[in-house]
Ligand binder design. Structure first.
Ligand SMILES: N[C@@H]1[C@@H](O)[C@H](O)[C@@H](COP(=O)(O)O)O[C@@H]1O
Length: 244
């Protein structure tokens, strides 16, 4: 695991954009796994700037998003669909046909989950997967539990995640209790993984992940310790427990 510690969120975002840009310039039809949450917003802003000012070209890039709330309409301001268009897709030259975001209202859940994984496989798997991390170690919406799923599936959100995500909603009652998420299988099959974490609220889980060196389903992010090509970019705040 390569660990990069940047001074602040702005530097972290630029560093992450450097890595993504390099991959796109090396392979114009990159298969890029994308995350939501507040962490990658600065990286997406920087990618938009590089597209507008420096010609970074997304025309052939294909994206797969990690997750979506269950039962939320596409155009709901808190849906991950809305988030991705608002924070990235509508500002770059990506082909709409190349955007994949889990459907939060699938007709046949089992078939839909299977087809999402098959679509990733058909593209040859994810080249570069961007990840955030939950305060409880969740990755996408793979929550701490006694078992973790390999494939895309429906999951219950934990109290901790519902509380953490309530900041985006008018009230905690409005946060959906279930989500559709890629499993650890497709994530771990990604050729490269880029995990981003910033701020004090992530210091404990990052310290635990990097210092304990223990793999546990109760810390889903710990599975990344088994992956051969993970880069983790931290700011000084999120790195504080790790550096103690
Ligand atoms: N499902 C998302 C994750 O993909 C994200 O990584 C995490 C951290 O979010 P944030 O970046 O806002 O801290 O929480 C959300 O619940």
């Amino acid at each position: 695991m390569k660990i990069i510690i940047e001074k602040n969120y702005s530097d972290l975002s630029k560093k992450a954009a450097d890595i993504i840009e390099k991959e796109i310039r090396n392979k114009s039809d990159l298969i890029l796994g994308l995350a939501t949450g507040s962490t990658p917003v600065g990286t997406y802003k920087e990618l938009i700037r590089r597209h507008k000012e420096e010609g970074l070209d997304f025309a052939k890039v294909t994206t797969f998003n990690l997750d979506e709330y269950l039962g939320i309409p596409h155009d709901h301001i808190n849906s991950y669909h809305y988030f991705m268009y608002d924070n990235l897709f509508k500002h770059i030259n990506i082909d709409e046909d190349n955007i994949n975001i889990p459907n939060g209202n699938p007709e046949n859940v089992e078939e839909y989950c299977k087809s999402y994984d098959e679509d990733i496989e058909k593209q040859g798997g994810i080249d570069l997967q961007i990840l955030g991390i939950g305060e409880n170690g969740h990755i996408a919406f793979n929550e701490p539990d006694d078992k973790l799923y390999l494939g895309t599936h429906i999951t219950d959100l934990t109290e901790s995640t519902i509380r953490a995500n309530a900041r985006f909603f008018d009230s905690i009652e409005e946060v959906p209790k279930k989500a559709i998420t890629m499993g650890l299988g497709s994530i771990m099959k990604a050729k490269k993984i880029l995990l981003l974490a910033n701020g004090k609220s992530k210091a404990n889980i990052i310290g635990k992940l990097l210092k304990d060196e223990v793999v546990s389903t109760y810390n889903p992010a710990s599975l990344l310790l088994l992956h051969p090509d993970v880069t983790i970019i931290l700011d000084e705040e999120s790195a504080s427990e790790y550096l103690k």
